[in-house]
Design a protein around this ligand. Structure first.
Ligand code: AMP
Length: 112
C-alpha cells in the first residue's frame, strides 16, 4: 500500500519519534504549526476517523489514553489541542488516521 504514514511506521521513511508501542506511533510533524506539533497514528492502516468501527475502535481508545502521556512528556499538560482532519472538506492530506497534538503556546481561540 502506498501510504506515507505506513512507510514511516515501518521505518522506510525517517521520522522524529516521540512514542512507540504495540498499537500506535507518534512523531514530530515535518511542518510544525505550533512549538509542539506531534502526530499520533495507529500502526494498523485506518483511512480516517470515518474508518473507525467496532472492530478497530480499541486502537482509537488506546491513542486517546496515550495522548495525555505524550503531552505530559512534552511538558504541554497545561493546555493543548487535538485535531483530526477527516476527508476532503477538512483538507486531510494523508489518508492514514492521525491525531495532531498542538501546544507549547497559547493557541488561537478559533479552530479554523
Ligand atoms: P493532514 O493535513 O491533517 O492530513 O495532516 C498531515 C500532516 O502530515 C501535515 O501536518 C504534514 O505536515 C505532515 N507530514 C507530511 N509528511 C510528513 C513527514 N514525512 N513527516 C512528518 N510529518 C509529515
Amino acid at each position: 500500500m502506498d501510504c506515507l504514514f505506513c512507510k514511516i511506521i515501518a521505518g522506510e521513511i525517517p521520522s522524529s519519534a516521540v512514542w512507540s508501542d504495540e498499537l500506535c506511533y507518534a512523531f514530530r510533524d515535518i511542518a510544525p504549526q505550533a512549538p509542539v506539533h506531534i502526530l499520533v497514528v495507529p500502526k494498523v492502516h485506518i483511512e480516517s476517523v470515518d474508518g473507525i468501527n467496532a472492530e478497530n475502535s480499541a486502537v482509537a481508545a488506546h491513542i486517546f489514553e496515550t495522548i495525555p502521556k505524550i503531552a505530559a512528556a512534552e511538558g504541554i499538560s497545561g493546555g493543548y489541542r487535538v485535531v483530526s482532519n477527516c476527508g476532503e472538506n477538512a483538507c486531510q492530506s494523508v489518508h492514514h488516521l492521525h491525531f495532531h497534538i498542538l501546544g507549547g503556546e497559547k493557541l488561537s481561540d478559533r479552530m479554523a
